[in-house]
Write a protein of this length. Structure first.
Length: 144
């Protein structure tokens, strides 16, 4: 799957990630969000300008972005949509959180406190996975 990785040190790489062809949680291929939040600290990444893959440390990844069409929503998933701004130091990302939790746990705070290491932020043609450990602040944007 095509992806762009931005590391904590500011370097960015375009290339491909290797997502399994099947998921144990649903029919079809594993979603990038499932794959990234799965156990394991390292993953292979094939940069566009290389013939061989490199191994990246998830702990050093600030964001991993994939085309949004590669992450089709699951049919049974019902989302609550919240527009947010996510700050990671000087970097700022704006997008939508699709909160797939019970109504009594549908606050942005509840979603941020889930155990997954990466937050899924939908931004038009891209889906950004932001490492939660490096999020400084999150602002909910009230649409008027």
């Amino acid at each position: 799957m095509s992806a762009e990785v931005t590391c904590l040190d500011g370097r960015s790489f375009r290339g491909r990630i290797f997502v399994p062809a099947s998921s144990s949680m649903h029919d079809g291929p594993m979603r990038a969000e499932e794959w990234l939040n799965a156990t394991g600290s390292f993953f292979p990444f094939l940069p566009d300008d290389a013939d061989t893959s490199v191994i990246l440390n998830k702990g050093e990844v600030l964001t991993l972005s994939v085309p949004s069409e590669s992450e089709r929503p699951l049919a049974e998933q019902v989302d609550i949509d919240r527009v947010v701004v996510v700050e990671c130091g000087a970097r700022e990302l704006r997008g939508h959180l699709h909160i797939d939790m019970p109504a009594h746990h549908s606050r942005v705070l509840d979603y941020l406190n889930r155990p997954e290491g990466f937050l899924a932020l939908h931004d038009g043609d891209h889906l950004h996975f932001v490492q939660k450990q490096n999020i400084t602040r999150v602002f909910e944007v009230r649409e008027s």
